[in-house]
Write a new protein. Structure first.
Length: 155
């Protein structure tokens, strides 16, 4: 009897998780995605993000910023360079750090500001972050940063 109840409980948990992932996939399925490829000195980067952004590139002597702006106020920033205080967001007093993780050489810092979320990743000498993201869009923006590929020693 106990084994049967445990199996039913495990089945229920599996159904809940599969429903969560199915809903997440449906949410992301209705979004048109674009692929951006750019260079940072000797690195080639590739990122997948929802279309409908405005892109701004700022080159300076020591590095480069690439910003993607969305109509809802969300921003994705890619950065590589020197003479810039890092981490970019976590050093600010108004960006509250809620969690820091290390995953396969990538440092991931997460937090909140007002009723929005932010995340900053550091790996392969490149910083990638999102900010001013509504909580209900966090999974989409997590997928964006997770899609970032860096190919070093390009050229």
């Amino acid at each position: 009897m106990m084994i049967k109840r445990n199996n039913i409980l495990l089945l229920g948990i599996a159904l809940l998780f599969s429903n969560y992932f199915w809903i997440n996939a449906q949410e992301n399925k209705n979004i048109s995605m674009c692929v951006e490829v750019d260079t940072f000195s000797t690195s080639l980067i590739r990122i997948e993000l929802p279309c409908g952004y405005k892109k701004r590139i700022h080159n300076y002597e020591e590095g480069k910023f690439i910003d993607y702006y969305y109509n809802n106020g969300s921003i994705i920033t890619l950065f590589k360079g020197a003479l810039q205080k890092t981490p970019l967001l976590a050093n600010s007093k108004c960006y509250i750090v809620s969690r820091t993780d290390t995953l396969g050489g990538k440092i991931i810092i997460r937090g909140t500001i007002n009723d929005k979320v932010w995340r900053e990743d550091s790996f392969e000498g490149i910083r990638a972050c999102y900010e001013k993201v509504p909580i209900d869009k966090m999974n989409i923006f997590d997928n964006i940063l997770d899609s970032l590929s860096v190919f070093t020693h390009y050229k």
